[in-house]
Design a protein around this ligand. Structure first.
Ligand code: 3H9
Length: 719
């Protein structure tokens, strides 16, 4: 290469970026023959932060001034093309040049600029590529504008240039879903000009540049094109707005995205870009952006377990056993098979095993019919699951997850058998949702190898995995389970042992309060409406119907048998369960359901059961306001979460946030339970908790000392 050298270091140092220290030379410029090569090298994902932006401008200037360069090639080092603007800079004052300024400079460059894309070109990264004059991608590359997932819209020309390449309808689909497309699809759409296989991005880019120079043509900038947007039917935007009003009424940025893409169609490029900027800044200012970005980082932060050093050794997991072929066990087996890990699925009866395997096949068949799995993949996954009645086949498993009936007696007996059967060093995990993991571990002679792996139903879909660390679980076992969570695509969160761990313990309090509100006079529909208006996909009672009322009923039976005073008096849900109203699976629970439908319909029979229950308890119903429902359902959760922090069952607020985001559908734009609580105001919550403690009483309203302390000191939980 001629004239290699760093360009950004001086300017990056001179104009201090608003984010953490930028590595010395994130951008390099060098010439290869007639091609000036601009290389971005800013690990881990080449995020377009301040140093990269200023470096890009400097490199572009150098390339344009370089008489030996007839074309410029933009390429990235490391595992990916630029994965977007640097999210860590958001919410802080932005230092020039801004990303829109950078892309404007690229667009107007007097020499053709070619982007060579590998890995993921996302958000601002793709917007940079869109401002180049030609795009070549490696076959494995993915391209997308995922800003919507962060509460934003593409703010560096993406809403204006993408429709000009792929048409307004496809652009809307891509920007509203935020999902990337593969290179081949990008080629078919016109998003990239060429796709290359089996080479490096540099090679592919150089070849494309040489072809262009040999051809002598000068590609038109995307901003100058109108062929794909001319004649767009305005009804497209009306239909999208109606769809969003129905499907995403809570979200701010999707509605602005429709406005921005419409602007691309009806306004000249410059005016459309100005409109995009306005709309982008409105999204940036919205509280939803801060919430969604907190959620983004929360998902990554939970992987770093406090007190568990980064390099903790882990064990190899090549073969897994699952005990119990019921709904949970089957779903768990699918999680491993989906990640290519062979599974031995054990059940105690042939009938149970056959039903379980048939359910797994039905699940895969349905994914296949939706086009999300090929026939070959379906066969591969089924072949990875080996059903058996014999525990002996678990002898060489590296990990066994027990997903049997929720009973201490049953689980201890299984763990004794596993202890006898499994090889030394095998990890023994329980999927219990309520039982004491330490008591289960005590049934074995290897408590250091035992932990909880609490999956959420449906296990093959829900992303949360509570990794329950027992008192004697070793670091290696914990680190292995956390690594495995990532490998099977879950968000693993380490938690300690207590009744219900973190997620269900908080859910239990919300459930208790929801039940109390109904006893006092609210209807299940009112409670559910308030929660869905807050943004939960399902209200508490719809969720109970989905999970199955019989599940809670059986757990309460266990607790009744164990003498738990709280579980002694049956409630109206128990009456529904006794009548065989188990929820959606029996088309009747708290609501009734038409055959084949999941739409809950209020049922007078349930209203009568509730009324009888009130009479039996001598309760005279009173009107309950929506405000009271909101406070009691949500603040009781915050109070419990704060106690969980006090007790060290969760290490950080972010762990609780991630658990509720990924296991219980907490609205992501609120950031997570405790992120939301800090914004709602801990003072306000603490005051209400104390008031309910005084007026209603009950352990759920005993104020958390940590909550009171943070509120008094005016600081956020966890700070
Ligand atoms: C945007 O572009 C706005 C513009 O339209 C307009 C501007 C005017 N920034 O996920 P991983 C970190 S909005 C800063 O574990 P993977 C991440 O936190 C942006 N940091 O890896 C993690 O850090 P740590 C649109 C980022 O291989 C590390 O990189 N772009 C960013 O599983 C590794 O990440 C997006 O929304 C970022 N943009 O997945 C893309 N991205 O090691 C967001 C990642 O300290 N990113 N980090 O925990 C992703 O989707 C995934 O990270 C990606 C890699 C697919 C790229």
């Amino acid at each position: 290469m001629d004239r290699p050298g760093p360009l950004a270091s001086e300017s990056a140092d001179a104009v201090a970026g608003p984010t953490e220290a930028v590595p010395p030379n994130p951008i390099q410029y060098a010439r290869q023959g007639r091609i000036g090569v601009i290389t971005v090298d800013y690990p881990p994902v080449n995020a377009v932060g301040h140093g990269v932006r200023s470096g890009l401008v400097a490199a572009l200037d150098a390339g344009l001034a370089d008489d030996g360069a007839d074309a410029l090639l933009l390429v990235c080092a490391g595992r990916t093309f630029m994965a977007g603007a640097d999210i860590r800079e958001f919410g802080k004052p932005s230092a020039p040049p801004t990303l829109p300024e950078v892309v404007a400079r690229l667009d107007a460059a007097t020499k053709p600029v070619i982007a060579a894309i590998h890995g993921t070109a996302l958000g601002g990264g793709l917007e940079v590529a869109l401002a180049c004059h030609l795009r070549v991608a490696l076959t494995s590359a993915k391209l997308g504008l995922p800003e919507v997932k962060l509460g934003l819209l593409p703010g560096a020309g993406g809403t204006q240039r993408l429709p000009r390449l792929v048409g307004a309808a496809k652009a809307l689909d891509m920007i509203l879903s935020g999902d990337p497309v593969g290179a081949e699809e990008a080629l078919a759409l016109g998003l990239v000009d060429a796709v290359e296989d089996g080479t490096s991005p540099l090679e592919a880019g150089l070849r494309a540049a040489e072809r262009l120079l040999a051809d002598g043509s000068r590609p038109q900038p995307v901003s100058a094109r109108t062929d794909r947007i001319a004649g767009t039917d305005p009804a497209l935007f009306t239909a999208k707005r109606a769809e969003l009003a129905k499907r995403q009424p809570h979200l701010f940025s999707p509605h602005r995205i429709v406005d921005a893409v419409e602007a691309a169609v009806i306004l000249p490029f410059g005016e459309g870009t100005a409109r995009e900027r306005e709309l982008f800044l409105a999204c940036m200012d919205s509280p939803q952006r801060a919430g969604l970005i907190h959620a983004f980082f929360a998902e990554r932060e939970v992987a770093k377990v406090p007190g568990l050093p980064a390099g903790t050794p882990t064990r190899d997991i090549r073969k897994v056993g699952v005990i119990g072929a019921g709904t949970m066990g089957g779903g768990i087996a699918m999680c491993f098979a989906n990640a290519g890990i062979p599974v031995v699925l054990v059940d105690s009866t042939q009938d149970g095993l056959e039903r379980g395997v048939a359910a797994i096949r039905r699940n895969y068949d349905s994914t296949f019919r939706k086009g999300r799995l090929t026939a070959a993949q379906l066969d591969e996954r089924m072949a990875l699951i080996h059903p058996t009645l014999s525990y002996d086949e678990l002898a060489d498993a590296d990990l066994v997850v027990e997903a049997a009936f929720e009973s201490m007696e049953v689980k201890q007996a299984i763990f004794q058998t596993l202890d006898r059967t499994c090889k030394p060093g095998a990890i023994l995990a329980t999927n219990t949702s309520t039982l004491d993991v330490d008591a289960i571990a005590a049934a074995t002679g290897r408590p250091q190898d035992v932990l909880g792996m609490h999956f959420f139903s449906p296990a093959n879909v829900m992303r949360l995995l509570e990794v329950v660390r027992g008192t004697r679980t070793s670091d290696t076992v914990l680190a292995t389970a956390m690594g495995l969570a990532r490998r099977i695509g879950k968000v693993g969160v380490a938690v300690g042992v207590c009744y219900g761990f973190v997620g269900n313990r908080i859910l239990h309090q919300r459930g208790r309060e929801s039940m109390a509100l109904v006893e006092e006079g609210a209807s299940p529909e009112q409670v559910d409406r308030v929660l869905t208006e807050f943004g939960f996909p399902l209200g508490h009672f719809s969720m109970t119907d989905l999970a199955g009322i019989d599940v809670g009923w059986r757990i309460r039976e266990e607790r009744r048998k164990a003498g738990d005073p709280e579980a002694q008096s049956p409630n109206w849900l128990d009456t529904l369960a006794e009548r065989g109203r188990y929820g959606q699976k029996t088309s009747a629970g708290v609501y009734r359901y038409e055959p084949g439908s999941r739409t809950p319909i209020p049922d007078p029979e349930v209203a009568a059961v509730i009324e009888e229950d009130r009479l039996r308890r001598g309760i005279v119903p009173r009107p309950v306001s929506d405000g009271e429902v909101r406070e009691r359902c949500l603040y009781v959760m915050v109070n419990e979460a704060s106690k969980i922090l006090e007790e060290g069952i969760a290490a950080r607020p972010v762990d609780i946030d991630a658990i509720w985001l990924h296991g219980y559908g907490f609205p992501s734009w609120h950031g997570g339970l405790l992120f939301w609580a800090n914004r709602e105001g801990l003072g306000k919550i603490a005051e209400a908790v104390q008031r309910y403690h005084r007026d209603i009483g009950g352990p759920q309203w005993r104020p958390s000392a940590l909550l009171l302390q943070c509120a008094a000191e005016g600081r956020a939980l966890g700070c």
